[in-house]
Write a protein that binds this ligand. Structure first.
Ligand SMILES: *Cc1c(COP(=O)(O)O)cnc(C)c1O
Length: 373
């Protein structure tokens, strides 16, 4: 066989994730592997928890990284919080809202769907009407930052509505965490999940989650066991909150957690507010550049995500050809449209370490050159 080591080129990742990774995070990944019950590793895991609490702005004791990508964090929230027969209002304004609905059904819940147009925020009035029409609702589920469209929904107001009607919330913060304000405790959100590879700029494969005391209470009061063994958080609890003493549940992805630790230190050193501000400022620069080239944004300015920019593909432009050219000649990846935006829009991500002026300059210049040909 002549198969050789895989040596990928250094791409500039400006799609919907994974995002650019800082050199020091990649270095952390390659440090010597220790056992996942090694006292030194457990100390590091305690720091990961503290750093995640900061990133989520929460004091929730149950704040951990699920050992799998964002979709597993999503599933962990749904399978733990939903018992068969529970009614869940699901807000659907893009791909990830639809995935939430599928999770509800598979967990045996009853899904009440509140639909909004792709590219728009979740409509608060519609959600309030649904909560009134379904007073037995146990959970309100919504996506804070819809990566399929680039729209931001008002997580604070949705959290408040849920509380007014006695419902818990499940919130998809995969793309919002560290990119735009997210305040889990202040906004009284109950089960919130994210991903390592978006605005945290870590390697893919970890999903930070946090559960409020109310969410834990609902989990502990379950009449039926969680049907997934791996994602049953009552079993994982023994590993993460053993107060220095840990028991084996599954082998933690040790080196990936080094990388997460490092990327969270970077966030902590920069400061959350500064990170939010940087995403906004870099977005402003990208917006000017794209509009100069004649691009039109899909999402209205007041609910537009700075970290995920969805623009219509101009008439007569070959979607796949341009993206292929950017990748092969500029080492630059931008995202294709997803779902009903496939072939109609591009998604340009400026997430985490990728939210830098030099990336914006390169992207705008490359698009200009490639489209001129
Ligand atoms: C990326 C993403 C997910 C899924 O995360 P994976 O790590 O790809 O499993 C879920 N929700 C949103 C909003 C996302 O952007």
């Amino acid at each position: 066989m002549t198969i050789q080591s895989f040596n990928p080129p250094r791409r500039i990742l400006m799609g919907p994730g994974p995002s650019d990774i800082a050199p020091q995070v990649l270095q952390a990944l390659s440090r010597p592997t220790v056992g996942h019950l090694d006292p030194l590793f457990i100390q590091m895991m305690d720091e990961v928890k503290q750093l995640l609490q900061y990133a989520f702005q929460t004091d929730n004791d149950f704040t951990i990284a699920v050992s799998a990508p964002g979709s597993a964090g999503m599933e962990a929230c749904f399978v733990n919080l939903i018992e068969p027969g529970d009614k869940v209002i699901v807000c659907r304004n893009g791909v990830f809202g639809e995935r939430m609905r599928e999770n509800v059904i598979r967990a045996g819940g009853i899904a009440v769907v509140v639909d909004d147009n792709w590219g728009e925020a979740v409509c608060l009035d519609k959600v309030e009407s649904a909560l009134k029409a379904h007073p037995d609702t146990k959970i309100l589920a919504f996506v804070h930052a819809e990566t399929s469209t680039g729209a931001r929904s008002d997580a604070e107001a949705l959290g408040k509505l849920a509380k007014q009607h006695g419902a818990l919330t499940i919130v998809d913060a995969v793309t919002s965490l560290a990119g735009i304000p997210l305040k889990v405790d202040e906004w009284q959100l109950d089960a919130v999940y994210s991903g390592s590879q978006k605005c945290l700029s870590c390697v893919p494969g970890l999903s930070p989650v946090t559960f409020s005391p109310l969410a834990i209470e609902k989990i502990l009061a379950r009449r039926s066991p969680v049907q997934s063994w791996f994602l049953d958080q009552s079993l994982v609890l023994g590993y993460w909150s053993g107060k220095g003493k840990r028991s084996y549940h599954h082998t933690a992805p040790v080196n990936s957690l080094y990388a997460l630790h490092e990327s969270l230190i970077m966030l902590n050193n920069e400061g959350l507010e500064n990170a939010w501000k940087r995403h906004q400022e870099v977005h402003n620069k990208l917006k000017l550049g794209l509009e100069d080239l004649g691009f039109e944004f899909v999402v209205k300015a007041d609910v537009r995500l700075p970290q995920l920019n969805t623009v219509f593909i101009p008439q007569g432009i070959d979607d796949a050809k341009i993206r292929g050219h950017l990748l092969n000649h500029y080492n630059l990846e931008i995202g294709a449209g997803l779902g009903s935006f496939a072939g109609k829009a591009w998604r340009i991500g400026i997430m985490g370490y990728g939210a830098r002026n030099e990336n914006v300059s390169l992207c705008v210049k490359a698009l200009e050159e490639v489209m001129a040909q």
